[in-house]
Write a protein that binds this ligand. Structure first.
Ligand code: GLN
Length: 544
């Protein structure tokens, strides 16, 4: 039977709980255990799919088409275990399930209540599909003390009892702030937070203390005394140089040892850290550096492009170069006096990422034109591919009104709404004016690549599967006109109806993809498109 690790946070949010869970998962895996990491989000949205990236960062999409919290991206990048719909649940989804059942009459006249109905649903979610695992890590979003997270903490309390002795532990991640005026680290917030958690019936076994300064032994002992945990189980967590240093850093502080001890397992030997040492070495000792410009819309919040940022770093790991990313607001290029060339000339490569809505689109099209004409490596992802097609249509194929129906009715829908497509489950259909939540082409879809294409040589194969999240598609009806202008359709859905990849054979590196390759890239297995893109940027850096 799988053992469960419940992870809560205290004092403040943004303590890197997700990264801690991902790193612990990686460490347990490096000791030969089978792990899966799950996230419980206390908000009332059914999923983060309809939330603005400014609110909640990137929406991470799984193979099975779930729109999930960005922490699932960390889990997957650190463990290589593909996340599933069943790995992320929100209060909204739990209530939706319960209310649907209630309306159907499934509760047979009972009063439906938070305890036991909501807590039972949370417990069922935690326990589902865990047969073949050694450890299940469950991260609870939010901060202990929030009204919203109470049912989740209560479910943990019950589960710890249901599972029986030795089958679960609780890890609490807190902050030990440094008060400059006093010149001291303060443990009181941690004491209060643990007291709050304990008052809900959950006593932590391991405390992870985020701090900006090394935690002296005396403070560690004080936390242990007041919080009722062994001194060794008070794990200091200082800021890391790179997120990929975090697993090794936690190992050095004894996190995996203490977790095993809390389960009554004597840690034997050391985890195999080869994978992480190699990544850290490549990041710490780069042999060159490139600068990539990302021309986007949500550039004020790096979390909005979390996976993209990481995939570019992975491309650097593959080539042993440091990747500097310049986040450029596409709207800048829509001002009449903007000097696009001055802004883009110093860059070694340009990327236009996924986006929704018209804002910034003209600035992106102008950047794509620059990349095409100046022969600067260009990578278009989802919206970035769609706009590469509009750019070619307008500026090369002579279709002056070329547009996307996402921006309103148009006589030349180079990009259009599709309401029917084939998926593994059969024909999918949508209403043009249907719900916005969960109704896009979502999750893994196969694509067939032209044998002699640049992308086939990059992938080293002609059948691929990549994750999607979009409502509109490039209109295959314009294929001949676009190909005549030099933009070739080298990847299609297996039925040949949906363009998946376009590229320019006459350009050093110009690829647009309808899917999101960044979601599958890992530091120990950089995505081939990102590895190749950064390689092209490196070549470009030698020219400019
Ligand atoms: N807005 C576009 C669509 O819905 C592109 C989406 C995206 O880039 N993820 O098709």
């Amino acid at each position: 039977m799988a053992r469960f690790i419940f992870i809560t946070g205290g004092v403040v949010s943004s303590l890197g709980k997700g990264l801690m869970a991902a790193s612990l998962g990686a460490l347990l895996q490096a000791r030969g255990y089978r792990v899966r990491i799950r996230k419980f989000d206390p908000y009332l949205n059914v999923d983060p799919g309809t939330m603005s990236p400014y609110q909640h960062g990137e929406v991470y999409v799984t193979d099975d088409g779930a729109e999930t919290d960005l922490d699932l991206g960390h889990y997957e990048r650190f463990t290589g275990v593909a996340s599933r719909q069943s790995d992320n649940v929100t209060s909204g989804r739990i209530y939706q399930t319960i209310i649907t059942r209630e309306r159907r009459g499934d509760y047979l006249g009972a009063t439906v209540q938070v305890i036991p109905h909501v807590t039972d649903a949370i417990k069922a979610f935690a326990l589902a599909e865990t047969q073949d695992l050694d450890f299940v890590l469950c991260e609870i979003g939010g901060t202990v003390g929030d009204i919203e997270s109470l049912p989740f903490i209560e479910a943990i309390r019950q589960l710890r009892n249901d599972l029986g002795r030795g089958q679960s532990i609780s890890i609490h991640v807190t902050l030990v702030p440094f008060i400059a005026a006093a010149g001291e680290l303060k443990t009181k917030p941690t004491q209060h937070s643990v007291r709050e958690l304990a008052s809900l019936g959950v006593q932590p076994d391991v405390l992870v203390c985020r701090c900006e300064q090394p935690l002296p032994a005396s403070e560690r002992a004080k936390i242990a005394l007041f919080c009722n945990v062994p001194k060794e189980a008070v794990i200091p967590a200082l800021d890391a140089r790179s997120i990929y240093d975090v697993p090794a850093q936690y190992h050095a502080e004894g996190l995996d040892d203490e977790v095993l001890r809390a389960f009554g397992i004597a840690p034997s030997g050391q985890p195999d850290m080869q994978r992480w040492t190699d990544i850290m070495d490549r990041l710490a000792n780069p042999e060159g550096e490139v600068t990539v410009g990302v021309v986007g819309k949500y550039v004020g919040l790096p979390d909005a492009y979390k996976s993209l940022n990481e995939a570019l770093v992975h491309g650097g790991i593959a080539n042993r170069v440091k990747v500097n990313i310049q986040w450029i607001d596409a709207e800048l290029f829509e001002q009449p006096d903007s000097d696009i060339a001055a802004r883009l000339e110093p860059l070694h490569a340009i990327l236009v990422p996924g986006a929704f809505g018209e804002r910034g689109a003209q600035g992106k099209i102008a950047s794509i034109r620059f990349a095409r004409e100046r022969r600067v490596p260009y990578f278009g992802i989802c919206f970035g591919m769609q706009m590469a097609c509009v750019e070619a249509a307008r500026n090369l194929a002579g279709i002056a009104d070329a547009s996307s129906t996402e921006f309103g009715p148009t006589a030349e829908p180079i990009v259009g709404l599709i309401t029917e497509w084939m998926s593994a489950e059969g024909l999918q259909q949508r209403e043009a004016d249907g719900d916005l939540g969960g109704t896009m082409r979502l999750g893994a879809y196969p694509a067939t690549l032209a044998g002699n294409s640049h992308v086939a040589s990059i992938y080293g194969e002609t059948s691929i599967s990549e994750r999607h999240r979009h409502r509109y598609e490039v209109n295959i009806g314009y294929r001949d006109q676009l190909e005549a202008s030099g933009l070739v359709f080298t990847g299609l859905s297996p039925d040949g109806r949906l363009p998946e990849i376009v590229e320019r054979p006459d350009h050093p590196w110009f690829v647009g993809v309808q899917f999101h390759p960044e979601l599958k890239s890992k530091p120990f297995a950089p995505h081939p498109l990102f590895a190749s893109f950064i390689e092209a940027a490196l070549k470009q850096s030698r020219l400019v």
